[in-house]
Design a protein around this ligand. Structure first.
Ligand code: AMP
Ligand code: MG
Length: 394
């Protein structure tokens, strides 16, 4: 492989080349939020299935105001009345309840005088008023959702309305997450000098889940070549994507690249002209994707968003994420040789850096609304310039 660092877009293109769509599987609707539909959903019946009332009131025949009608029955939601409504009659009806035969309109409770056994209409009752017709929402046989549709709350509800309890969906990506480093201790552990809490393991799992993936393994491993290789082999047994952090540089205690190479993972790129996140490694093995992200917490997160997230979207059938844009509220110094992802907060339609931008400063990431992509070059990007924004939600 060439040794010159790649552009962000070049690196993303090399990743995209290795992405292929995961298989579809039968999924319970309540587990399908965020997945992509792999079939066409057809309405199994009319929705609503019968004409029903849009109001609480009295179902009757259309006609003049001033009529007094005898209340002959009640139709409640889920409990239709089998009475046929004649002239001079009404059926007490609740919202959503089926219209009784013979009635073609509903007088809302607000426009009648209710005497209990009878009601007097204060207003003229027009045919069809306050009646929802069968099939007004969906007709039996209608194509309701097409393959490729991302399933949000409304789509899931619509599929249920169309008669479904399961859907064919592109399955979730199985992702193994591994943090490397002798200095790492698990969340909550007492720290000895030189140690630190393994925040990447938590952040990376959260990113995987928020991109719709399933975490099938999450562990940390010390800077030991044999142990690293053993853990990576386990990860490759069960994951579509392996993401690890740290240990990817060229120091004597960096074993990530070597371990993956030993396991037959082919290097696709190494290093990107990016700040933070230059020492990013990507490889693949028979359709499995392997990401070696830098260890510093902000670098790991930025490179996840730039490289892992698009791969997760692609193999799960989701379209690429749209970049946003904003106006810089203050000048930002450019890096001469690397494109920079600057943590920014958005205020009054303008973007401002959230504070110190070191790759170890996770607190300024937590304050950010987005990453501003500042192209490399001389000098600075002036306040008022248009900038591209990378969302923090993958
Ligand atoms: P490395 O890329 O392994 O050289 O790691 C660079 C630095 O990132 C380390 O010295 C740590 O300070 C930090 N770091 C590495 N891994 C983690 C992790 N899992 N959680 C938090 N910080 C980490
Ligand atoms: Mg390390």
């Amino acid at each position: 492989m060439a040794n010159a660092p790649l552009d962000i877009a070049q690196a993303q293109a090399l990743i995209a080349e290795q992405c292929s769509l995961l298989a579809a599987e039968t999924t319970a609707i309540d587990d399908a939020l965020g997945l992509v539909l792999a079939e066409q959903v057809i309405a199994s019946g009319d929705v609503p299935s019968s004409a029903n009332s849009a109001m609480d009131g009295f179902a009757a025949r259309a006609g003049d105001a001033g009529r007094t009608l005898r209340v002959v029955a009640e139709s409640r939601a889920g409990h239709p009345s089998d009475v046929t409504v004649g002239d001079g009659e009404a059926v007490r009806i609740s919202t959503g309840a089926t219209m009784p035969i013979g009635a073609d309109a509903v007088a809302p409770v607000e426009v009648v005088e209710d005497q209990g056994e009878s009601v007097t209409l204060i207003e003229e009752l027009l045919a069809g008023s306050n009646v929802r017709l069968a099939g007004e929402d969906l007709r039996a046989g209608d194509a309701v959702l097409a393959p490729g549709r991302e399933l949000g709350p409304a789509e899931l509800g619509l599929a249920v309305a169309a008669g479904r309890s399961e859907l064919q969906c592109v399955r979730r990506a199985r992702v193994a997450v591994i943090a490397t480093g002798d200095e790492l201790r698990e969340a909550g552990a007492e720290l000895a000098p030189g140690e630190l809490h393994d925040s990447n393991l938590t952040t990376m799992q959260a990113l995987v889940r928020s991109a719709g993936g399933e975490v099938v393994m999450a562990t940390n491993v010390g800077d030991d070549p044999a142990e690293t290789q053993r853990r990576f082999a386990q990860a490759l047994e069960k994951a579509d994507i392996v993401v690890c952090s740290g240990g990817v540089s060229v120091g004597p205690h960096d074993h990530v690249k070597g371990a993956f190479t030993e396991l037959g993972v082919e290097e696709r790129f190494w290093r990107v002209a990016l700040r933070p996140g230059r020492p990013t490694w990507f490889g693949s093995r028979d359709g499995q994707l392997v990401f070696g992200l830098p260890g510093n917490p902000v670098s790991a997160m930025v490179t996840f968003l730039l490289f892992v997230a698009p791969a997760l979207r692609a193999i799960q059938g989701r379209p690429p994420q749209q970049l946003g844009s904003s106006t810089l509220g203050e000048a930002i110094e450019r890096h001469a040789h690397r494109d920079e992802c600057v943590r920014v907060r958005l205020e009054g339609g303008e973007a401002f850096a959230t504070g110190p931008q070191g790759s170890h400063i996770l607190s300024s990431m937590a304050l950010a609304d987005a990453l501003a992509v500042i192209p490399r070059g001389e000098g600075s990007v002036a306040a008022g310039s248009e900038i591209e924004l990378l969302p923090l939600q993958p």
